[in-house]
Design a binder for this molecule. Sequence first.
Ligand code: PEP
Ligand code: MN
Length: 343
Amino acid sequence: MVVVMEVGASENQIEAVIEQLNNHGFDVHRSSGSRQTVLGAIGVRPEFDQRHIRLLDGVAEVHRVTEPYKFASRAWKKDNTIVTVKGVDIGGEEIVVMAGPCAIEDEEQIDKTAAHVAKNGATFLRGGAFKPRSSPYSFQGLGLPGLKMMRGAADRHGLRVITEAMDISQIEVVYEYADIIQIGARNMQNFPLLKELGKIDKPVLLKRGLMATIEEWLMSAEYVMAEGNLDVVLCERGIRTFEPSTRNTLDLSAIPVVKAKSHLPVIVDPSHGIGIRNKVVPMARAAIAAGADGLLIETHPDPESAKSDGPQSLYFDQYSELMRQIRLIARAVDRSVNSILVA
Ligand code: PEP
Ligand code: MN
């Protein structure tokens, strides 16, 4: 941590800051120029709250030089993490596509979707059985029967399953049917839930919260990892900004930023990120160009009749066209699309 004192800070103020730093366990290196004094606080204290120092008289600025998270950081692990799920690597050279409806609605809907996305190169079937809806009057998901339908459809078409658990009480049942457990944007800072997920041996896909900074997002990953589960996949799904013309603002700049700070795979969900069907495809293309390790895409056999997120769900032909384009873009950035099932 670096503490920059104000121009003209008194000797008493400087000494008071040094004393506080020493009391908190830091060694201090002092360098005094003709106008300003800079204090280097040496010691690894990830939990230290900088405000203890920032509030002292005579302090101009405080900067952290090490990250407050450990297991999620690039400093701790230099090489990219690859999360392998039933033979599919997430975070390796190949781009991974997870596709399906927002919510599982019935046998026919989920089976038709699984067949279509598998044929076009997805390796995961997505879909919610427990849905975090803004309104308690909206469709809340089918629960356990939905999970069973989804598992059946995925198995028939050679896909893996990613689905959401919203609460600690749902972990057990979702664990049984899912290959990756999704944690939704609204739960990114549900710390008791994150801690429980840290104790299981199944990968977790952690969506970025609507209002979360990148550091907060990585701290949430740290919650899972600190409990022992290192298989975390990050998912950028748009953040809330002042711009009302899209559902969210898809922060693609987060991809290279997170990749520098962390070794974890980063995938992008342009469906929730922009929320408008005909604008999902360009954002998906941009995500791959920007270095995303995969995509989470909503598609539905009949989006007009979907019980949730129909307006952002791709028609099947749009999905096929997206996959064609993604293969081309992947090549341009020295990658390929995992296409186990594509001839
Ligand atoms: C979803 O993936 O269906 C979902 C609810 O996403 P989010 O948590 O990003 O809103
Ligand atoms: Mn959705």
